[in-house]
Design a protein around this ligand. Structure first.
Ligand code: ADP
Ligand code: MG
Length: 311
């Protein structure tokens, strides 16, 4: 068993397609046991990165270590420790659910009663056990995506690569898949999660790399990322009657935005501002409908970081 501290180490990894620099000299570590998010808009270079990290094709330049193995020299040893749910994968349509998983198992050199039992356990986790003998061509998009995850898990990988696992799925499937990701992680699996969904990254990840145009724009925990832009703290308030004339002169408010029937007041001290607002409302006849303080949101950080780089 290979001893390692970082599940993934990437040094100066690049990949170009013709003139297009899809991945531009990126370096990062994924710690063993964490859920690491790779967040970025479409075309940022996420899938290209995942393909290199999972050995689909080599990078133009750079080094990759997976579970302590040099991916380019010790490819098989590295690949045996990972599970991959690729972005645009499909199970074999003319095979049944169970056959697909057993076929994947064979690729890892796994077969026998134990593996069959594990395959059925996996199908059960994903609520597909009663469909085990149905062909994949009869499956919905969500069910197919769950199949891809079952197949990625058959070898009990130490590191699981997921490329947009919940993209385009209904709320129930998303919820199920996110919970399974959390459970796997609790059980010790390191997760490399690619997503363009900020909310998903925020909810699931210990650390996030924000990708933009082939580069890593920032890399940190969701809370630290949010705190880099303190100015985005605010108080949101709405009134029962009429519109207020005191908002412009409130101390602690840096700026005001009207959002539908609500006002968003940006502040360095949202707590103080909320108290001031309540005082003012008391001495007016507007009536308070709702008030809440809002911390900085990851979405704003994401927009700021990915905007700065636009030409
Ligand atoms: N096989 C390919 N041939 C040419 N260009 C590609 C290929 N794969 C990806 N690209 C380009 O590389 C960039 C990054 O793509 P991709 O890694 O799929 O982004 P993401 O997964 O973040 O949406 C895009 O501009 C895309 O069009
Ligand atoms: Mg992609």
């Amino acid at each position: 068993m290979n001893n390692y501290k970082n599940s993934v180490i990437v040094k100066n990894m690049s990949k170009a397609f013709g003139q297009l620099q899809a991945v531009d000299n990126i370096s990062f570590h994924v710690h063993k046991g964490e859920i690491f998010g790779f967040l970025g808009p479409n075309g940022a270079g996420k899938t290209t990165s995942v393909r290199m990290l999972t050995g689909v094709f080599p990078p133009d330049t750079g080094q990759i270590y997976i579970a302590g193995y040099n991916l380019l020299d010790q490819t098989l040893a590295a690949k045996m420790r990972i599970g991959v749910a690729p972005e645009s994968a499909n199970a074999y349509l003319d095979l049944t659910a169970l056959e697909n998983i057993l076929f994947m198992a064979e690729m890892y050199g796994l077969s026998g009663k134990k593996i069959r039992k594990r395959a059925e356990e996996l199908l059960n986790i994903f609520n597909l056990l009663d469909r085990k003998n149905d062909k994949i061509k009869q499956f919905s998009k969500g069910m197919r995506q769950k199949m891809i995850l079952c197949m990625a898990l058959i070898n009990e990988p130490e590191i699981l690569f997921l490329d947009e696992p919940t993209s385009g799925l209904d709320v129930q499937s998303r919820y199920l898949i996110r919970n399974i990701i959390k459970d796997l992680n609790q059980g010790g699996t390191t997760i490399f999660l690619t997503t363009h969904n900020i909310n998903e990254a925020n909810k699931l990840c210990d650390r996030i790399a924000i990708m933009n145009k082939g580069e890593i724009a920032a890399i940190d925990s969701p809370e630290n990322l949010k705190n880099t832009f303190v100015s985005s703290q605010s108080v949101e308030v709405s009134f029962k009657f009429g519109s207020p004339n005191f908002l412009d002169n409130l101390s602690y408010a840096n700026s005001i935005e009207k959002r539908g029937d609500k006002y968003r007041l940006y502040s360095d001290e949202p707590g103080q501002l909320a108290m001031k607002l309540i005082e003012q409302v008391k001495s007016s006849n507007l009536g308070l409908n709702s008030i809440r303080t809002i911390g900085p949101e990851l979405e704003e950080v994401f927009i700021k970081l990915t905007e700065e780089k636009k030409e």
